[in-house]
Every structure is written in C-alpha cells, then in structure tokens.
Design a protein around this ligand. Structure first.
Ligand code: SF4
Ligand code: MG
Length: 322
C-alpha cells in the first residue's frame, strides 16, 4: 500500500518581524521531519506545547508556505503548489481544531456552518441541504439544531459541528489538531467514538495531534513523538507504550497520570530542566540538557532517525548501530 501522505525533510521556520537590522535567529518550529501516513490509518502525533506539532500538521495541509522539504498528498507533490493549484486538493484535506469556539463563526447557524465548505467547493443547493441533514445525524445532532448558533451549544456539541463541517466535502484526510483538549474527560470519549465510527464508515485517514500520550493510545495505529521541531521516535501504537526507546518518550510515559501534562511534568521531575524555547543552532541532541542518559557525543552531534526494529524508528545515540 502506498502512503496517502508522505512528508520528507520538512522545515518550517518563523522569522521575527522586527526589521532587517534585527539578527534574531529564526524559530525552527519544524526542523527536518520525515514520516508517512497510510490510507485508513490514524497517525498520532504527540509532544509538549510548543514542540511544533500544530505547525507540522498545518504544513502538511499547506495552510501556509513551508521553508523546505517535500509533502506528497495522494501522489502529488504539494510542497510548492500555489493556492490556485491547491484549491482542488483542499476539499480532500480537511481539519478539526482544538477550540471549536474560535474555529466556528459565531454569526452563522449550524446549517450555514456545515454548508459553507460545500458552497466553497461548488456543491449545489439540493446536495448541500441533503448532506447537511445526513451529517448532522452522523455526528449525533438533531434537525432542530440547524438554525441555532454556536454559543447555544456545549463544547462537545460544538466539536460535533466542526466534525460535520470538515466532513461535508467528503475529504480523505483529516487533520485533528487536539480536538479533545478543550473538552471534559467524559465528553472526550464520545468525540473519539464519533471520529472512529466515521473513519470506519468513510475510510478516513487521520493525523491526530495531542499533547498527551494517554489521549492517542486507543485511537492511533502508529504514533510519532515530537520534541522541539523534530520527530524523535515513531512506532506502532502498542509498541510505543510497551517498548518506548527514546528517553523523552520514556519520560512522557512516566508522567501519564498527571492531569496537565506539560506543566506539571516539569514540576514533578518527570523530565528535569527547562524546555528550551528556541535553541536554533544547537549542534547536539536537542534533548541533551534534560536527558538523564546524555553522553559527551550528545552535546556535539545531532542523532538521526534509524529503524531499531520493523516499524520502530528512533533518533537517539543510545541506539547507534554497533
Ligand atoms: Fe539522550 Fe543522547 Fe539520546 Fe539525546 S541522543 S536522547 S541526549 S541519550
Ligand atoms: Mg497546538
């Protein structure tokens, strides 16, 4: 089977806007990431806030220009496509974001919100109306909700509206960028169930972003762990939990029961040291200043991703070929 999405050597740098004389180095939000996503799978992408996972997701959808690298979608290289060239592909790649408050226009009704992407992509009126009803039902909302506004709904219901909206145009690939993070734990399971049912029914492929490994365990087929702009480990989901290899993944797993992982993890000593915001040109392993197993080599040389068992890749000098 060929990958639906193929990312290779992807970089996205943000330059500060302070003027030409300001020599602030760019923030390397995504700094050389390669991975594939296969049709029908859920690829979980995990890492602390600020590690670049949202930027990576948005780069894959080409929501902005990237700095360097290749992105293949359904066999086409979209890395350098213009907005005009991307337009016919946009229908096939949709997104659901963390905060359905800010991603849903408060002045539009549910019916308008779900129909809008279809309008953009040229669906006729009758088709839009029929699909809106059908989708509403698929995400567990009722016809009587159609003329209401986003503020009249709970967070979980708003996320259902976002899902219906994203799926209205029949995409193959959906970026789910922390769709559960703003929801109560009891509601999270319902939204996961809806996403999984729809994936089965419609053959969808997901890139599912979360800051917490416990959140992606059951929904993901494979999981990638990101640290400061780089992918540091990738494995089939169960393998990542039973045989975590990278010291960072191990530390993340050690703090799984913590309610607010990225804040409390630091306090609890799951991982010590500061999360270095923008170490741009650090030559060694970016995790070296927090890694309990750092060696001399880690300070000066950046480890490269290598396969340590079938489907299990890790970037760490501890797994250097002997
Ligand atoms: Fe730790 Fe070195 Fe591995 Fe980086 S390369 S994770 S510093 S052991
Ligand atoms: Mg994010």
């Amino acid at each position: 089977v060929k990958p639906l999405v193929r990312v290779s050597g992807l970089r996205k740098y943000f330059h500060s806007q302070q003027g030409w004389f300001n020599k602030t180095p760019p923030v390397k939000a995504v700094d050389g990431v390669s991975f594939d996503i296969y049709p029908g799978e859920t690829y979980g992408l995990v890492g602390e806030s600020g590690c670049g996972k949202s930027t990576l997701g948005r780069s894959v959808l080409r929501l902005f220009d990237i700095t360097e690298g290749e992105i293949e979608f359904a066999g086409q290289n979209i890395a350098n496509m213009s907005d005009k060239q991307l337009k016919p592909l946009r229908r096939r790649m949709q997104a659901i974001f963390q905060d359905p408050y800010s991603s849903l226009n408060p002045g539009m009704t549910v019916a308008q919100l779900i129909a809008e992407p279809m309008k953009i992509h040229g669906y006729g009126k009758a088709q839009r109306e029929a699909r809106t009803i059908e989708l509403l039902e698929k995400v567990g909302l009722k016809a009587e909700h159609l003329n209401r506004f986003p503020h009249e709904f709970s967070g979980g219901q708003r996320q259902r509206i976002s899902i219906a909206r994203a799926l209205s145009v029949n995409p193959e690939f959906v970026l789910c960028d922390e769709p559960l993070s703003a929801l109560d734990v009891s509601v999270q399971a319902q939204v996961v169930n809806i996403l999984q049912d729809l994936q089965q029914a419609l053959g969808l492929t997901y890139l599912f972003i979360a800051h917490d490994l416990s959140m992606v365990r059951h929904i993901s087929d494979r999981i990638g762990v990101m640290y400061l702009g780089s992918l540091v480990e990738e494995a089939p989901a169960e393998m990542l939990y039973t045989e975590p290899a990278h010291p960072y993944t191990r530390a993340l797993l050690a703090s799984i029961p913590v309610a607010d992982p990225h804040v409390q993890m630091l306090e609890r000593g799951g991982i010590s040291g500061e999360l270095p915001g923008a170490i741009s040109d650090w030559p060694g392993c970016k995790f070296a200043n927090r890694c309990p197993r750092a060696m001399d080599k880690c300070q000066s040389q950046s480890p490269v991703m290598q396969e340590i068992s079938p489907g299990h890749r890790v970037a760490c000098w501890l797994f250097e070929e002997k």
